[in-house]
Design a protein around this ligand. Structure first.
Ligand SMILES: CC(C)(COP(=O)(O)OP(=O)(O)OC[C@H]1O[C@@H](n2cnc3c(N)ncnc32)[C@H](O)[C@@H]1OP(=O)(O)O)[C@@H](O)C(=O)NCCC(=O)NCCSC(=O)CCCCCCCCCCCCCCC(=O)O
Ligand SMILES: Cc1cc2nc3c(=O)[nH]c(=O)nc-3n(C[C@H](O)[C@H](O)[C@H](O)COP(=O)(O)OP(=O)(O)OC[C@H]3O[C@@H](n4cnc5c(N)ncnc54)[C@H](O)[C@@H]3O)c2cc1C
Length: 666
């Protein structure tokens, strides 16, 4: 039986101070009591699977051993999950998915199977193709990934070089990678795990190019797992993080696949080679929109993980004296520490709330597309791009801030903060590089601005441009609602400035594309300001909405958090607000005080707030952040697992050090 340890006294006291019901907040964050219960039930099942316990911490394994262990555990995890899901209609797959963090210490080599391979078959396949591939894929009789990026191109996907040339005689496509830069590079699981992939390739029919399309390709023999003839595949090697994601490369040499393997929900190639255009060629990019929406939720979770670790640690850790002769204080009582950490809690809430409405907007667009309606697609694309970009970037900054807030111990692998940083920082690049996605949103914002000038009705997320043009700037008040308007004014002002900058360059004789490039720093700033306005507005509205359905004590805490988020960003962007809104210096001085008041109000609830994220110790995997707060004992226990501590004298002493020291003595 596992030993039950006493909970650290500071944490006990912190939990007694909490003014709201932690369980109530957990239910709210999960999406309901039933969802929480289901998630906990699944986590409990996993906790009791003996084969999933690591004998040696993964960090001490070689690259190869680590991968093999990850595959072993992912297979067990998937079986447990399949059994669990067979017995019920799962309420929240994303909540079930999060339990996987307790098993795979880094990123699963199957990550892309559920994350992109299956969704692409659903989103891009015809009903017949879905009937053929989905049952096998869902049962994992075939395992796949999403192979789009190449050595030469990741962002500019119209420039991909893999070719799929249609041969009407045999009704096949012939896949080729003409140059080294045409090799697929990056797909997760591609290295040595998957036997299938979605390959995105340039379609050629009778020498004519028809743009990029997705194809299902079997790349390995299902029995022997050997690459099929004409396939060159392997792993790309170690990276900054993602140690077990098994990212791979892939090249094709005259590799033939049947015509039916082109996913044809949008565009089709008929038997005779006739190309039938789809409703909108950008629907081929649909899986990326879905993943970008999901990244907002991932960012919320990774921020919650880091906040949980750093807040619990800050409650347990005592360092320095505030006043002479008094005991050393809990570091959480330093205001600067609260400044680093409470924004982490609020940010996670901001992203969860944003994901809630963004996911609904995504579902609505999918439903509309089923009815051949695509009116809301451009707005969704613009929102998913800037919110993916901002949430992943903010999460990266916050996780690093939490690591720094843990001082030296935050640098230990056993704190788990380095691995969490590995996930968050990768998300800034993958699924659309940060700047590139901000520029996609900027493209939409420039059109929206033009429409606003023409007096047209705008989509809801940019309707503030019309208000801004019509009205005088509102008299400033330090209320959340007026501050949100202030963020919209900043966004509108920056959008106008970027637009004017482009016009100025065009008037000076530049091509529109060059003018765009010359204005692009202003364009990304406009896009960032738009994201911040959307985040603050959505978070405030969702909080107001939920506050009426929760207990008054919880509503109060949620209100403190949303205010903290809004005031924090007001102070961070005060310069912009001074330029573009009616805020005055005195208002800023008042808000500085307000911010300090909010830190004090949140202080007694800090531990309760991170407890409410309900991230189990197995998922958190952190010596610094466990529920019981046995920080120092755990650090020592983990250190003792180092293979270097298993023998009193390491052989290198006899081999190298002893002769070296002897020589030095002579
Ligand atoms: C958009 C691009 C940058 C540029 O594309 P183009 O050059 O073709 O376009 P233009 O700039 O010319 O614009 C044309 C036009 O199109 C519009 N547009 C563009 N994109 C879209 C879109 N997606 N939808 C709708 N419309 C779109 C654009 O607005 C323009 O419109 P106008 O002309 O009207 O202005 C493009 O090239 C691009 O997107 N580049 C980025 C490439 C990218 O994102 N690659 C991703 C590769 S895959 C990857 O990185 C994977 C990473 C790993 C992810 C892991 C996720 C796993 C998740 C795990 C969770 C698992 C959960 C599972 C749960 C469970 O287990 O159950
Ligand atoms: C951990 C990880 C996992 C991944 N998994 C997958 C996967 O499973 N499948 C897959 O297909 N891909 C995957 N990728 C690839 C990923 O999608 C690409 O790396 C990403 O889209 C960025 O493209 P790039 O590498 O070509 O960057 P580049 O576009 O070369 O970016 C380099 C720099 O150029 C700038 N830049 C490029 N174009 C423009 C522009 N138009 N305007 C202004 N600046 C520009 C960028 O801002 C950036 O600063 C993964 C990547 C990582 C890091």
């Amino acid at each position: 039986m596992a030993t039950v340890h006493k909970i650290n006294e500071d944490l006990v006291k912190e939990r007694q101070k909490c003014t709201f019901n932690v369980q109530e907040l957990t239910y709210l964050l999960d999406g309901g009591e039933e969802v929480t219960k289901e998630r906990r039930e699944f986590e409990n099942i996993l906790r009791n699977v003996k084969e999933l316990q690591d004998e040696v911490p993964e960090v001490y394994l070689s690259h190869k051993e680590r991968y093999e262990n990850a595959v072993r555990k992912t297979c067990i995890l998937q079986n447990v999950r399949n059994d669990f899901e067979k017995k019920r209609e799962v309420l929240s797959p994303r909540n079930i998915f999060r339990a996987g963090y307790a098993v795979i210490k880094d990123v699963s080599p199957f990550f892309l199977h559920n994350g992109m391979f299956v969704p692409t078959i659903i989103g891009q396949g015809t009903p017949e193709q879905q009937a053929e591939w989905l049952p096998k894929a869902k049962a994992m009789a075939i395992i796949g990934t999403y192979a789009q990026t190449e050595l030469g191109h990741g962002t500019f996907i119209r420039g991909l070089e893999t070719t799929a040339t249609y041969d009407a005689k045999t009704e096949e496509f012939i896949l080729n990678s003409p140059k080294v830069t045409s090799y697929k590079w990056w797909p997760g699981g591609l290295g040595t795990t998957v036997n299938h992939c979605i390959t995105v390739a340039q379609l050629y029919i009778n020498g004519k190019k028809y743009g990029i399309h997705p194809f299902i390709v079997q790349i390995r023999d299902l029995e022997t797992h050997k690459p099929l003839p004409g396939i060159k595949v392997g792993e790309i090697g170690p990276k900054m993080g993602f140690a077990t994601a098994n990212n791979g490369f892939l090249g094709f040499q005259n590799f033939r696949i049947p015509r039916k393997n082109m996913l044809m929900k949008n565009a089709q190639v008929l038997k005779d080679g006739t190309f039938v255009k789809g409703m909108n060629e950008k629907l081929t990019y649909g899986t990326m929109v879905m993943v970008r929406v999901n990244i907002v939720s991932d960012s919320a979770f990774h921020t919650a993980m880091a906040a949980t670790i750093a807040v619990r640690y800050a409650a347990v850790r005592h360092q320095s004296q505030l006043k002479a002769k008094e005991p050393e204080v809990q570091i959480i009582d330093y205001l600067t520490q609260q400044h680093k950490l409470f924004i982490a809690i609020a940010t996670s809430h901001a992203f969860s709330n944003t994901y809630t409405w963004l996911y609904q907007a995504y579902l609505k667009v999918v439903e509309d597309l089923g009815k051949q309606k695509q009116d809301h697609l451009p707005e969704l694309h613009a929102l998913s791009c800037c919110l993916k970009a901002t949430s992943s970037r903010d999460a990266g900054v916050i996780v690093e801030q939490c690591r720094l807030a843990c001082g030296g111990h935050g640098y230990m692998a056993s704190s788990n903060l380095p691995i969490i940083y590995g996930y968050t920082t990768a998300a800034i690049t993958y699924e659309g590089e940060h700047t590139v996605l901000l520029l996609q949103t900027a493209r939409y914002l420039m059109k929206a601005w033009m429409s606003a000038l023409e007096g047209k009705v705008l989509a809801p997320s940019v309707a503030y441009l019309v208000d801004w043009l019509k009205s005088d700037k509102q008299r400033w008040q330090n209320t959340p609602e007026v501050i949100v308007k202030g963020f919209q004014h900043v966004a509108a002002g920056k959008i106008k400035d970027a637009f004017d900058a482009i016009q100025k360059h065009v008037k000076a004789g530049k091509d529109y594309e060059d003018a765009w490039n010359l204005a692009s720093v202003q364009l990304i700033k406009a896009s960032e300001a738009h994201s911040r306005a959307i985040l603050c507005d959505g978070y405030l509205r969702e909080t107001v909405r939920t506050s009426s359905s929760v207990s008054p004590s919880l509503a109060k805490v949620l209100n403190h958090l949303v205010q903290l988020y809004i005031v924090y960003w007001t102070l961070e962007t005060a310069g912009d607000l001074l330029v573009y809104s009616n805020i005055g210096k005195d208002d800023i001085a008042v808000l500085k005080e307000k911010y300090e008041e909010l830190l004090a109000l949140i202080r007694p609830n800090a531990v309760g707030l991170v407890d409410a994220f309900d991230i189990s110790d197995e998922i958190l995997q952190s010596t610094l952040g466990s529920y019981d707060g046995r920080v120092y004992e755990r650090l020592m226990e983990e250190a003792m697992k180092s293979p270097l501590n298993k023998e009193p004298v390491n052989q290198s002493f006899h081999k190298y050090l002893k002769p070296f020291i002897k020589k030095a003595k002579l």
